[in-house]
Design a protein around this ligand. Structure first.
Ligand SMILES: Nc1ncnc2c1ncn2[C@@H]1O[C@H](COP(=O)(O)OP(=O)(O)OP(=O)(O)O)[C@@H](O)[C@H]1O
Length: 325
């Protein structure tokens, strides 16, 4: 079961770790972000899912105080970012897409450098670096030069740097783009651990599998606007409850196809090959026995696949384009 499926709605009374309302930003004629708003409770992971250019990075830049919004407000742990930027920013750990680290220093030395920048006292910092290295799974490589690290390991050090000052909110902008599978796993595992420990997380990605795994709730963002938000269940229900059912048949496929089309619940049917058909069916996963029975006497079903609606399907449904366009 994914995080999105087990979501619980946070108590309305809790102060959100991060909240924004009415955020908008234009670049000349380009509306990069328009009227974006959401709230993330402590211990909750919130996803921003959208294709490249949807406005995710612009949104984040406004949330972390790097870009002044044309309009809208940002509250970090109840602190207004515009009114008290120092206190608000101290609660945020931000990991940008670009990696900015020192290749001649070791992983540990890079973390020490960033810790000193944050003004963390030397003794507390050493212990905190050990904790962070454990969390990002790089204790073993901590004392080798960063220049020898893979892209994914560098990204993990970048995440570690953002965690040193124990932020209340972690903001990750496409953290797994271009990283190796081992680092991807380490990043996702580490992030899940942090959320379990009570950190609020904002996670942007155009990989819907990651959003589904990590985030309780998500917003689908396209052309700068949030076009839908909610739990996975709420989001996919926008597509309807129909499943895609693919069958491979052996026998008189033409007759079997005609019989399948007539089964109650089948809303669409297409031949996808000499012996294969694709059906769109309400509750398709429960309809399989009826489909198999329906073709008896004409053909036998030799393989089946049921594809339930996912966030990708939701995105396609809402925007008419795929996430990876
Ligand atoms: N500095 C800028 N000047 C002009 N236009 C910009 C600028 N930054 C972003 N844009 C435009 O604003 C829109 C949103 O861009 P943004 O980078 O926020 O999208 P994104 O979802 O983060 O995509 P990506 O993952 O590719 O960064 C795009 O149309 C982009 O071209």
């Amino acid at each position: 079961m994914t995080a999105l499926e087990t979501a619980s709605v946070p108590a309305a009374t809790a102060t959100p770790a991060l909240a924004c309302r009415g955020l908008s930003k234009r670049y000349g004629d380009v509306v990069a972000v328009e009227d974006v708003g959401f709230a993330i409770a402590p211990g909750q992971a919130y996803g921003l899912l959208g294709p490249n250019g949807a406005g995710k990075t612009t949104t984040i830049s406004m949330l972390v105080g790097l870009l002044r919004p044309d309009s809208g407000t940002v509250l970090v742990g109840g602190v207004d970012l515009a009114a008290d930027p120092t206190r608000a920013k101290a609660k945020i750990g931000y990991v940008p897409q670009e990696i900015a680290l020192y290749p001649e220093l070791t992983g540990r030395e890079n973390l020490r450098f960033f810790g000193r920048l944050f003004g963390l006292p030397r003794r507390r910092l050493a212990a905190r670096i050990d904790e962070v290295l454990d969390l990002i799974g790089l204790t073993d490589r901590a004392d080798t030069k960063l220049g020898t690290y893979s892209g994914g390991m560098k990204r993990r050090i970048n995440i570690g740097a953002a965690l040193l000052h124990r932020p209340e909110v972690l903001i990750l902008d496409e953290p797994t783009v271009g990283v190796d599978p081992q680092s991807r796993k380490a990043i996702l595992d580490g992030v899940e651990r942090l959320v379990e420990e009570g950190m609020a997380l904002l996670y942007t990605s155009h990989y819907m599998e990651e959003i589904e795994r990590v985030c309780e709730r998500a917003a689908i963002i396209d052309h700068g606007r949030i076009i839908a938000d909610g739990t996975r269940r709420e989001l996919v229900s926008l597509v309807g409850t129909a499943d895609k059912v693919e069958l491979v048949l052996d026998g008189d496929v033409e007759t079997a196809f005609a019989k399948l089309r007539a089964v109650e619940g089948v809303v669409e049917a297409a031949r996808t090959g000499a012996s294969s058909v694709r059906l769109i069916a309400e509750g398709g996963r429960y309809l399989l026995p009826a489909l198999i029975t329906a073709v008896e006497g004409s053909a036998t079903v030799t393989a089946t696949q049921v594809i339930e609606p996912d966030l990708e399907a939701t995105f396609l449904h809402l925007t008419g384009s795929t996430l990876r366009d």
